[in-house]
Design a protein around this ligand. Sequence first.
Ligand code: SAM
Length: 237
Amino acid sequence: MNLILLTPAEIQRERLACVRDPRRLRHLREVHRAQVGDRLTLGVTGGGIGYGELVRLTDDEARFALGAFDTPPPPPLPVHLVLALPRPRMLARSLEHLTALGVKQVTLLHTQRVEKSYWQSPELAAKKIHEHLVLGLEQARDTMLPDVSLAKGFRPFVEECLPALLDGRRGLLAHPGMAQSCPRGLNEPTVLLVGPEGGFIPYEVERLLAAGCEGIHLGPRILRVETAVTALLARLF
Ligand code: SAM
């Protein structure tokens, strides 16, 4: 937690904030070893970054006297990530990593090799997704939550959603064995598609290429989904 992310509701008066949830209190005590008088980096969800002086710390609450929140959050990556729904534990880690890296638009997609049971996972509840996004923001000192949407059908996604997503964006399909190696240093709006643990099936690859995506590879090593997402984003941007 490199930033204590406040919700607007935690700011009681303009210059005073109160944190009561056990996770952040525990982190303040056990990791920051915070003491009254310490100055810590705070941010407001959807707003700026600043600092707060810890003026009270008990088992139940931490109170901060707030300074100015005039530092903007870091810039977002110009990418919409379309990620085939990974298994629940990998989803949790992937959401944290991609949020920390600056992705602001995510679509979780059903493909042939996504286990249907993954769509019933408690990890997909809005509250759980939100928790992982917040962990990513706190890690990276960011305040702007990504938008996460679900696309539970591959064909409807390709036929009804993808054309609009690709309007004004470069589509990149990460798939081992494609001819083009992953480009570097992009600064243009991009849609990046990453497959499930078993990969995209040939029909899906064909449909995505026909829709206008460029196939790209990261070399001969087949990476886990969460590693591939990190490697692709780091190399592309
Ligand atoms: N056996 C699967 C295949 O060959 O497609 C492996 C899938 S991999 C575990 C999961 C996803 O990560 C892939 O669908 C792809 O999007 C991405 N990925 C992993 N390694 C890659 C590589 N070397 N090049 C391009 N994409 C890769």
